[in-house]
Each structure stands twice: as C-alpha cells, then as structure tokens.
Design a protein around this ligand. Structure first.
Ligand SMILES: NC(=O)c1ccc[n+]([C@@H]2O[C@H](COP(=O)([O-])OP(=O)(O)OC[C@H]3O[C@@H](n4cnc5c(N)ncnc54)[C@H](O)[C@@H]3O)[C@@H](O)[C@H]2O)c1
Length: 323
C-alpha cells in the first residue's frame, strides 16, 4: 500500500504539531487526506507554523502532561505521532526538570491516553541523543549502538523508549520509534544553521561559531524527515521497530559554515571558533541508516545543499537580511 492510501481518511494526532518538524508533518498529512488533530502548548511551537493547514485541522492548545487535554484529542485516533517535547539539548542541561516534565511525564500521559482510548498506533520521536558519543571504530551509530546518553534530554528520550517497550509487552501496543539525527529547514528558529544565519544577518563581516568546527553532524532536510516519519508510521514491517533518520551525508560544522557562506553569496567574513561547547554536546553524531533503507525502502531526496538553499530562501522571506 502506498503512503497516500495509508493516511487518506484516517484520524491522526500530532503532538508538538505546531513545532518545526511537527508542522511540516501536519502539512503533509493534510495533503494526504488525513483528518489531523494537533495538541501543542505553544511553549516552543507557533500557530503561524500551521498557517497553511490551520483551516483543515483541529488545533488544541494544551499540554501532553494534562490528561484532560489528551482526552479531548485522543478518542477515535487511528494513529498518534508523538513529537511534543523539549527538543533542545542546551536547555535540558540548564533545566533538566523541564525535560523531566515534558519528555518523561508527558510521554507517560500520552501512553496512558493511547491505552485509555485504544488509539490505533503510536510513533515516538526519539533522538540520536540516546546514543551519546560513538563507540564504534567507524564513528557511525546504528540502532544497535550502546545507549549511553550524555544529556538529560537524551536520558528522557531513552526513558520514553523504554516505557513504550514496556507498554508494548504489557498492553500489546502497536508502536514504532524513530531516532532523529539533526533535522534542518524552514520554520526552525533555533540551533546551528539558524544561529549562523542570524549572526550573518546582524553582521555579515564577522561570524562567531560555537565549538571547534570539528563536530560532525548528519543533517536531514525537514521534508525528508517528514517523509521518513510517514513511511515508518505506515509500513507494516515497522511495527515494534526502531529506525535512525538522518541525511546520510555527514558534514563537519566547519564545512557547513563554508557551505552557508557560499550559498548566501556574501564575501567571506572573519570567522572565529569559540573552541568550547555546551554541556551534553556530542562531538560526532553520524548515523548508520542502513536499516530504514533496507527494510522500508526510504532514502532522503532533498539533501544538504538544496536544503540549505530552501532554508536561506525562507530566512530571506522572514527576516530580510542584507544579502
Ligand atoms: N529537530 C531535530 O533535529 C530533532 C532531532 C532529534 C529529535 N527530535 C525530536 O523531534 C520532535 C520535534 O522536534 P522539533 O525540532 O520540531 O522541535 P520543536 O521544539 O520545534 O517542536 C516541539 C513541539 O512540542 C511542543 N511542546 C513542548 N512541550 C509540550 C507539552 N508539554 N505539551 C504539548 N506540546 C509541547 C512545542 O511547543 C513544540 O511545538 C521532538 O520530540 C524532538 O525531541 C528533533
């Protein structure tokens, strides 16, 4: 069955649907003919991320930690994409209590609501942060890599995964988990790429970059991540499985900075690396994506360079930089 057929006419809840990835996923689900409900407390998300879909969806402002809010959106759901969370590693190291509430207590309440209302299927957005630093010679992390999170964020995502596993054994939950590596694109108003563009908007002649520039990341464009979520959500073989989602083209932050400068078209600024990062930062985060390719026939389509172009176009539209 194609992805289109899997979602048409289905009732789908997206927690965190007003966020960066959640809003792109919501747009895609609406286009595929699903009846979409979004639950988001707008702590990080924005209603205007959903501008293109708002008229077609049922949007509820509320928290996943609140059983009543979940009771309002869960009945009759065929599928739940659970993305609502604190998604920031630096914030999790400053405010672990926030992660504990949103990511652990929130995921527990989502599981309880799925159980109460016998919702059909759950996809949990976990993170590459559950792996910690790579422990393989190649530096790549497959789904069987040891789970040694370095940040409270990674710890809460792993706790969510374990809880979902336990619910599956105890209550025969139909679940899938994805470990998302770095995703980027329009509507993302935080993290490295956005910060770089914002700094260059304020002063295109100089650029301070956090860290050494040697950190490696495996960026996936947001449309490709949304496609991966739809594929994992729909594919019968994905039941009970966990999949890495990444671009499959690792890049150092130094190379990324060069790409961004080149694609903005500005003269090369004076670049300074701070040589220090935030607590919990992982130096090399590179995925082995063999499993999702082999089992579900998923490959990213947009890629890094075209994705950065889309991001810069969006940035120009939103923030009118001088370039
Ligand atoms: N962006 C990435 O590179 C990346 C990487 C790994 C994992 N993830 C995971 O993917 C998911 C989406 O990430 P994102 O980048 O779109 O982040 P985001 O911050 O843009 O989206 C998260 C959304 O969850 C909402 N939210 C937070 N706490 C909530 C609560 N208690 N109740 C209801 N809604 C709440 C926020 O308002 C926001 O809209 C998250 O679970 C995140 O941990 C993202």
């Amino acid at each position: 069955m194609s992805i289109e057929q899997s979602y048409a006419g289905k009732t789908v809840l997206v927690t965190g649907g007003a966020g960066f990835i959640g809003s792109h996923l919501t747009d895609r689900l609406v286009a595929l003919g699903a009846r979409v409900r979004v639950l988001d407390d707008l702590s990080d998300g924005r209603a205007d991320n959903l501008a293109g879909s708002m008229a077609a969806i049922e949007f509820r402002e509320g928290s996943i930690t609140d059983p009543e809010a979940l009771d309002a959106v869960m009945p009759g759901c065929d599928m739940v994409f659970h993305l609502g969370a604190n998604a920031s590693v630096p914030r999790s190291s400053e405010r672990p209590d926030y992660d504990f509430n949103a990511n652990m207590a929130g995921t527990f309440q989502v599981l309880e609501a799925v159980r109460r209302h016998r919702a059909g299927r759950l996809l949990f957005a976990s993170s590459a942060a559950v792996y910690g630093e790579p422990q393989t010679e190649s530096g790549q992390m497959g789904e069987d890599h040891p789970l040694v999170p370095k940040s409270p964020y990674g710890g809460t995502k792993l706790a969510g995964e374990f809880m979902i596993d336990a619910y599956t054994r105890c209550y025969d939950l139909d679940h899938r988990r994805v470990r998302i590596f770095n995703t980027f694109g329009p509507r993302q108003r935080k993290y490295v790429m956005f910060d770089l563009l914002e700094k260059l908007r304020r002063d295109p002649t100089r650029l301070e970059v956090i860290g050494t520039g040697d950190q490696q990341r495996d960026y996936n464009y947001v449309e490709d991540t949304a496609t991966a979520l739809l594929v994992v959500g729909a594919h019968p073989a994905a039941r009970g499985r966990v999949y890495n989602i990444a671009g499959g083209r690792p890049v150092s932050i130094r190379a990324l900075v060069d790409h961004i400068i080149e694609l903005t078209g500005i003269p090369r600024p004076d670049i300074r690396y701070t040589m220090e990062s935030w607590p919990g930062d992982v130096v090399r985060m590179v995925a082995d994506t063999t499993r999702i390719g082999r089992e579900l026939d998923y490959q990213p389509r947009v890629g890094l360079e075209a994705g950065i172009r889309h991001l810069i176009d969006w940035h120009r539209e939103q923030f009118s930089p001088p370039w």
